[in-house]
Design a protein around this ligand. Structure first.
Ligand code: SF4
Length: 324
């Protein structure tokens, strides 16, 4: 694994009451605490940039309410087959030239078939040979599949728990929360770094956001990366059922609480950034976010163009984090 050594064994005995108390702090106090923790663990002027490519889009049999790639959401998205290895490597080269240090590849599957996994392993090996970090998200994995990806040299596996255990059944019915936890355990046991976070603005309550952070911060080892997404998927059931958008300051609070409770993790500002003002993004960085996705798309979701990110970094005095 090429990720820098970080303290992922910080407290994992957080109680829900403690996390709820952090959420309830006066905003300036919460920001001060989060920024203090952030600078104790990281250079707060550096932000990791990653690029995400959809290597197999749409047609997913799972019914995640927020996802444009689910066959259960009528989003008009055209399903594609798994990309060829050469085409993926050409995209990785372009991302490297644009300054990305990590290349993430996502496939819309419930779980990968072994034949497809071999093709993904060839992609991982090729991207590693370019000198980049690799991350894939392929759905649920068996212990054997996780071990195979480790053997191919995979650095990170993304698998989000989405929301609190209690709210989960409102957003997915085709799998259980425990299925997610089982895959995370297989990934961890194989020695692959874990990228695991959630999505907010799904109509969940503050208590569910507390539950999401609690579930992440009490994993035996904290995830190396914690993506926090804001709901965006146009045409999805979640968007139809959630007319009221989450208050941006509540999003910032979620980032801050993630930073305080998982101090050694990269906290990633993920989907929803395109709809955020520069001021909200600046508050997220102040609250401890230190990773973003660059490039025009996040799988199927629009993302700010590289130029606007460069401008944002220049305005805020931020620099891309070097590969560690
Ligand atoms: S989030 Fe993943 S598992 Fe769920 S529908 Fe989308 S691609 Fe499938």
């Amino acid at each position: 694994m090429t990720a820098p050594p970080r303290d992922l064994h910080a407290r994992s005995d957080w109680t829900r009451a403690e996390i709820a108390a952090l959420f309830a702090l006066p905003f300036p106090e919460l920001m001060f605490r989060a920024a203090t923790v952030h600078r104790a663990y990281f250079d707060p002027t550096q932000v990791q940039t990653s690029t995400l490519l959809s290597i197999k889009t749409g047609g997913c049999p799972e019914d995640c309410s927020y996802c444009t790639q689910s066959v259960h959401n009528q989003t008009g998205l055209k399903a594609t087959k798994l990309m060829a290895v050469d085409a993926v490597l050409a995209e990785a080269r372009a991302a490297k030239e644009a300054g990305a240090s990590r290349f993430c590849m996502g496939a819309a599957w419930r779980n990968p078939k072994d034949k497809d996994l071999e093709q993904v392993c060839a992609m991982v090996e090729g991207v590693k040979a370019l000198g980049m970090e690799t991350c894939v998200t392929l759905g649920m994995l068996s212990a054997q599949q996780a071990a195979r990806l480790m053997q191919a040299g995979l650095d990170y596996y993304n698998h989000n728990i989405d929301t609190s255990p209690e709210y989960y059944r409102h957003i997915v019915s085709t799998r259980l929360y425990q299925d997610r936890l089982d895959t995370l355990e297989h990934v961890r046991d194989a020695g692959i770094a874990v990228c695991c976070g959630g999505i907010v603005g799904l109509g969940e309550s503050r208590e569910d956001r507390v539950g999401l952070i609690h579930a992440l911060a009490t994993l035996p080892v904290h995830p190396e990366s914690v993506p926090i997404n804001a709901l965006v998927g146009e045409g999805t059931r979640a968007v139809a059922e959630t007319p009221q958008k989450l208050d941006p300051l509540e999003f910032v609070r979620t980032i801050a609480v993630a930073r305080i409770t998982m101090p050694g993790s990269m906290v990633r500002l993920s989907a929803g950034r395109e709809e955020m003002s520069d001021e909200t993004q600046a508050l997220c960085f102040l609250a401890g976010a230190n990773s973003i996705f660059c490039g025009p798309k996040l799988l199927t979701t629009p993302n700010p163009e590289a130029d606007s990110d460069r401008q944002l970094f220049a305005n805020l005095g931020l620099t891309p984090m070097p590969l560690g």
